[in-house]
Ligand binder design. Structure first.
Ligand code: RBV
Length: 422
């Protein structure tokens, strides 16, 4: 029996088409690994719960896990990122889905609880909400050993788990899949980087000649700065980390405090993982240039002070799909993308299948690794083994028909030795 709650089951055919397109661009996850999983069934008898954006790419991860023998439960990791057609199609394929576009915060957690009620053995989270809920409300799943281990997809989630680990409250083995090279160097840099086009989808705006402020210069935001520059924008980067600020400066961007950018910024896009990148104060809001576009590509909707902006606005007008015009008391108009939520997921379809192929290839192989090593995993953060990271990289290259050199024995000994010098 399939358990589910989705928006509209009649969208399934549309969802199947979307899944089909993504599948053709995900040769690692949806072909090589899936075909082996199909034969070997490494996840037989395992229940996997994923709190992920319900997209055509995530759908293909779910199919691969199911091919490996797992029973799969899915809920959305953001109330506005669920693609309802994909959710409907997955239900028809026997995947348990609790997700619909536009659910309330209360419904969001109800969906998470439906997945946890299934007593999953592996949790795959994106942003930490499901695993934190398991720690707070489903302690028995942890103490009984039902949960073998967990995987985290995104930077913000990893940050939360590092804090839990430091405070001694992380009670499960946790693999920060985000931190693997095959994840953050492609999904974050290229996927989020290219996600700046969500501002174009949202407002149909020209970047060339605009003052575009990119808040942050980590993996995601440095990719965004590069793409904005490529579109001809005058890019200004804001940072709190001196080294990242230097990297931005030496890459040729202007660097300054965000407050100093406000009077001239035409577009402000955040991806810092922090809160209140623009301080939630009237004095700051009054500095905005008339017509500024505000968007966030970080995981949570608190980088741009959405709540305070709504409170300050005397009028809020939806003007396009997922774009609102906020009219301030002095008549100034600003444009908020996606209610301050991940514009790259809400306004476009999420990161392209080509990069999600690597992220989800890692998630698939890590699920297998967890089952194989279940008796030796200890609570706390555990790095993704480098061999698995390399394996996904190798499979991706192979799928693209790209060959690389191999070390000779002599070269191997040289780079692993110290005796040879001047
Ligand atoms: N993300 N998933 C998609 N197409 O399914 N797009 C982006 C997709 C993930 C990405 O891995 C990132 O770390 C996370 O969403 C942010 O919530």
């Amino acid at each position: 029996m399939v358990n589910y709650k989705v928006a509209n089951e009649s969208l399934a055919d549309q969802g199947k088409e979307a899944l089909y397109i993504a599948e053709s661009k995900m040769p690692v996850t949806a072909k090589v690994i899936r075909e082996r999983f199909q034969r070997e069934k490494p996840l037989k008898g395992i229940i996997i719960a994923g709190c992920l954006h319900i997209t055509k790419e995530t759908g293909n991860l779910a199919r691969t896990l199911k091919a490996g023998g797992a029973e799969v439960y899915l809920c959305g990791s953001n109330p506005l990122s669920t693609q309802d057609n994909v959710a409907a199609a997955l239900v028809q394929e026997g995947i348990n889905v609790f997700a619909w576009h536009g659910n309330t915060d209360e419904e969001f957690y109800w969906c998470i609880r439906q997945c946890l009620d299934a007593k999953p053995n592996i949790l795959i989270d994106d942003g930490a909400d499901m695993i934190v809920t398991a720690h707070q409300e489903y302690k028995d799943l942890i103490t009984s050993g039902t949960i073998i281990a967990c995987q985290e997809e995104t930077t913000t989630g990893v940050k939360r788990f590092k804090a839990m680990d430091k405070q001694g409250v992380l009670k499960v083995p946790l693999f920060p899949v985000n931190d693997a090279r095959c994840k953050n160097q492609f999904d974050n840099e290229l996927g989020t980087g290219q996600g700046i086009v969500s501002a174009i989808y949202g407002m149909h705006v020209l970047f060339a000649g605009k003052n575009v402020v990119i808040a942050g210069y980590g993996h995601c935001s440095s990719g965004m700065a590069l793409r904005a520059r490529g579109l001809g924008a005058n890019v200004i980067v804001t940072e709190v980390d001196p080294i990242k600020a230097l990297q931005a400066k030496f890459s040729g961007y202007q660097v300054m405090p965000i407050e100093d950018t406000l009077a001239n910024a035409d577009i402000i896009l955040t991806a810092t993982g922090c809160k209140h990148v623009i301080a939630p104060k009237k004095e700051m809001f009054d500095k905005f240039k008339n017509g500024v576009i505000l968007g966030n590509l970080g995981h949570f909707d608190i980088e741009v002070p959405t709540k305070e902006l709504y409170e300050y606005a005397k009028e809020i007008k939806p003007i396009r799909q997922d774009v609102e015009e906020l009219i301030f008391p002095d008549g100034k108009r600003i444009y908020l993308l996606a209610k301050g939520r991940l514009a790259n997921l809400v306004l476009s379809e999420g990161h392209p299948a080509e990069v999600m192929d690597m992220s989800f290839g890692l998630q698939s192989l890590m699920s297998e690794y967890i089952v194989k090593n279940k008796n030796s995993l200890k609570p706390g953060m555990i790095e993704v083994p480098v061999e698995i990271d390399d394996r996904v990289g190798f499979l991706k290259l192979q799928s693209m028909g790209v060959e690389i050199d191999k070390l000779t024995e002599e070269q191997y000994n040289y780079i692993h030795g110290f005796l040879e010098g001047t």
